[in-house]
Design a protein around this ligand. Structure first.
Ligand SMILES: NC(=O)c1ccc[n+]([C@@H]2O[C@H](COP(=O)([O-])OP(=O)(O)OC[C@H]3O[C@@H](n4cnc5c(N)ncnc54)[C@H](OP(=O)(O)O)[C@@H]3O)[C@@H](O)[C@H]2O)c1
Length: 249
């Protein structure tokens, strides 16, 4: 039996990488999915893969008006929601002295404000027993040179899972963080870092993580499926770290 048969999900940032892999996994398990992205071309390219099971919606998560319009569209298409995966995010790395206000604001607007208001605007459509997943990162309890702003956004996202789990519990809605380690996606092309720095970090992870490799988007999608399905029915406010052991060893 399909694990998400008859369910309906919203995945923000479903055009590439982890979000797209999760949409594929959810559809394969019988779920109808709305994916969002802010880039029209990537959204159209992702949606081409499906016929009716996946509906693409153009949304910039920095815009509350866009998120309100998304809620209206979700209501029209699905009525209500079983699964919300607030996944859209980006990482900008920069030395302390080079972080300007625009970099800081944009990073927090996408990763923190975007996640918070995605959950707020969609909360009214969540069914009793729904699952909310917020995409944090294995680095949410860590620090690193040039990563101060990005890492802080992910600490905030992990924190949201704790408080929102408490707030939505009376409706039997579970809220968990999903924290990937380093996963090869287009995320690495947008980091604002020279290629040798990106490769250097990847090599460091591969040398230190017990599994000695980077993750695949499908492996994060498998974990998202677990959190989305009833198989994780006793989990809320938790952080599911999927990082090849990097953070713990
Ligand atoms: N890859 C990793 O190593 C890693 C590790 C830990 C955590 N994560 C987290 O995983 C999530 C997904 O990352 P990924 O690796 O799959 O990267 P990705 O392939 O670059 O995907 C990012 C997604 O977010 C969307 N997005 C970015 N800015 C947006 C905005 N302003 N409004 C709406 N959508 C926006 C992108 O849409 P467009 O295509 O329209 O731009 C895209 O669909 C992020 O939250 C990231 O922080 C990734």
């Amino acid at each position: 039996m399909a694990k998400l048969a008859g369910k309906r999900a919203l995945i923000t940032g479903g055009t590439t990488g982890i979000g797209l892999a999760t949409a594929r996994r959810f559809v394969a398990e019988g779920c109808r999915v709305i994916i969002t992205g802010q880039n029209e071309e990537r959204l159209a390219a992702a949606a081409k893969e499906w016929d009716q099971q996946v509906i693409p919606v153009l949304v910039d998560v920095r815009s509350l008006a866009n998120l309100e319009a998304l809620a209206v569209r979700v209501k029209e298409e699905f009525g209500d929601l079983d699964i919300l995966f607030a996944n859209a995010g980006i990482g900008y790395f920069s030395p302390l002295e080079q972080v300007d206000e625009a970099l800081y604001d944009n990073q927090f607007d996408i990763n923190v404000k975007g996640v918070f208001f995605t959950v707020q605007k969609l909360a009214g459509l969540l069914k009793e027993g729904a699952s909310v997943i917020v995409n944090a990162s294995a680095v949410n309890e860590k620090g690193a040179s040039t990563g101060s702003v990005y890492f802080a956004t992910k600490a905030a996202v992990r924190s949201f899972a704790r408080s929102l789990a408490a707030e939505l519990a009376p409706r039997k809605i579970r809220v968990n963080a999903l924290s990937p380690g380093l996963v090869r996606t287009s995320f690495q092309d947008k980091l604002n870092l020279p290629q040798e720095a990106v490769d250097g970090f990847a090599n460091y992870v591969m040398q230190t993580a017990p599994l000695a490799r980077l993750g695949q988007p499908q492996e994060i999608a498998n974990a998202a499926l677990f959190l989305a399905s009833d198989e994780s029915s006793y989990m809320t406010a938790a952080d599911l770290v999927v990082d090849g052991g990097y953070m713990n060893v």
